[in-house]
Write a protein that binds this ligand. Structure first.
Ligand code: AMP
Length: 221
């Protein structure tokens, strides 16, 4: 199976597509946002610093991100099945180069970069209505009828109470989207240049997006 790296604006559905790929194909999901949120939950001094950055929609320091990612890879490579999805990294050209270096050191060439494109207004609606199950990770949207949970605020899968992400506010969304346009979008040219980029239209519904992504799973290089 080919490994995937996701690049997308906030709420394009990287998390949902990753979940589908994990469930159907057994990929290992590495979400840098999740790694950071885990650190925040521990309430360490590092976690508190990270929270200050995430809550205003800015980017966490590149070196810290790289060390979190390296730790994850070190444990992943000990597993028999180590096909992976990286969701949320790289977010800057510098991070793209760091990732190249890391994958080069590990002799991993078999990966594709999936760019999930989504316009500003649509990303904003998805962010402002987003609800997430803290237990099973399923994502809902209280503003989109096809994505609402059957019972208000409760997960259809596991009956847990749904949460809102603390950075899913209008103000933070704007900052996150601007950060994405300024820092992350320029990476696309870099990946086009090395023939790694796949374009996916993220304004479709999640099942159709998944069908598009699935056509690349068996592709190598
Ligand atoms: P996400 O869950 O991918 O939307 O990430 C949530 C937040 O975590 C982002 O808005 C950033 O503040 C931070 N973050 C996640 N990944 C990175 C990264 N690769 N570099 C810097 N900050 C990151």
């Amino acid at each position: 199976m080919v490994n995937f790296v996701f690049i997308a604006p906030p709420a394009a559905g990287k998390g949902t597509q990753s979940k589908y790929l994990v469930e159907k194909y057994g990929y290992n999901h590495i979400s840098t946002g999740d790694l950071l949120r885990e650190e925040v939950k521990k309430n360490t001094s590092l976690g508190i610093q990270i929270n200050e950055i995430i809550s205003v929609g800015k980017l966490v320091d590149d070196d810290l991100m790289l060390s979190l990612l390296e730790n994850k890879f070190n444990s992943l490579l000990k597993e028999e099945n180590n096909s992976f999805i990286i969701d949320g990294f790289p977010r800057t050209i510098n991070q793209a180069k760091m990732l190249d270096n890391l994958l080069g050191k590990l002799n991993i060439e078999n990966y594709k970069v999936i760019y999930m494109d989504l316009p500003y207004e649509e990303a904003k609606n998805r962010v402002l209505g987003r609800l997430i199950c803290p237990k099973c990770g399923k994502s809902y949207n209280e503003l989109v009828s096809s994505l609402m949970p059957k019972q208000d605020g409760i997960c259809d899968n596991c009956n847990s109470k749904l949460d809102k992400r603390s950075d899913d506010t209008e103000e933070t969304f704007k900052e996150r989207f601007d950060t994405y346009v300024i820092n992350t979008k320029p990476i696309l040219d870099y990946y086009i240049g090395i023939n790694k980029l796949i374009n996916i239209d993220a304004s479709k519904n999640a099942e159709d997006i998944f069908k598009d992504i699935e056509t690349y799973v068996a592709e190598v290089k």
